[in-house]
Ligand binder design. Sequence first.
Ligand code: NDP
Length: 313
Amino acid sequence: MAILILVEIEQTDAWFIELIAELKKRKPNLDWRVWPEFGKPEEVEIVLAWWPPLGVIQKFPKLKLIMSLGASVDRILVDPDLPDGIPIVRLVSHKNILQMVEYVTLCVLLVQRRFIEYQALQQSRRWEYLPTPETSSFTVGILGLGSFGSTVAQKLAAIGFPVRGWSRTPKAIAQVECFHGWQQFKLFLSQCRALVCLLPVTPETRGILSNETFWALPQGAYLINVGQGKHLIEADLLTALDSGQLAGVCLDVFDTEPLPSEHPFWSHPGIIVTPHISALGLPNSAADCIIDTIARAETGRPFEYLVDRNQGY
Ligand code: NDP
């Protein structure tokens, strides 16, 4: 059984290089192959993929499992030639989730304590006091209550923020006010002083961070996008910021990554840009998840984080 790591890595991509080394070290007897050196196609039974080139996965007639090397799968599902019936599993590690909790908590505290505005004041050497909303009145809304969103929601609630969340199907999470479906979307948004996007990209959620959403938030709300760049309509964001409807934004994910140097987000005083580092994951914990998933494939134990192809996540 060969396991193909299907990543178009730059020779310099340290994260993937470290992951591959870790996998080979831990399981030297497994037949690891790294794209584009896949050998005989009929020997490949497992593909570990990250942004795979279209049309490649169908090349392997004995394929038993596709594992995404990240928490999202839209870049795999977009392949029109993806073979049917093969399980697709996402890579979600506990450490990844903790990193996301840290990142989002940092952003929420940063916007609640008005560091974006203070940063702008600092640029013009102005010593000014800005009123700070109390934690107990600063409602944070989480779009997506899955493995990442539900944990982030609970941790923010534990700090003392009122937290509400929105998902596709109904949820019950202690200390989190739960909303679901499009019917409750605007009601959910109406109290969110900070909105955090932790949704997958699907035909329904693509472009969800748009004018319509921004204008359903209280005036002067903040946005934190750690979902994906495809959730955001970039021109709408700039309009909402420049009109004051949004007071500030933290962005970790972008439609084009790396964010081009001429992009207006880099220099906008209301935007904090980070280079997709919110939950980068650690190669050793990714290796744990991959080895566990391979063991499940070998023994027939049920997979964790199995993708529902019909829902697209
Ligand atoms: P899950 O699949 O566990 O959860 C997805 C959540 O989104 C679920 O609560 C689901 O609702 C909800 N959802 C999906 N479609 C809709 C819809 N149409 N309307 C309302 N709610 C919807 O995903 P994860 O929590 O593991 O990850 C979510 C996303 O976070 C990833 O796809 C990725 O985009 C992003 N992410 C980004 C990272 C980064 O480094 N920036 C790292 C990790 C994740 P329901 O519960 O009802 O099914």
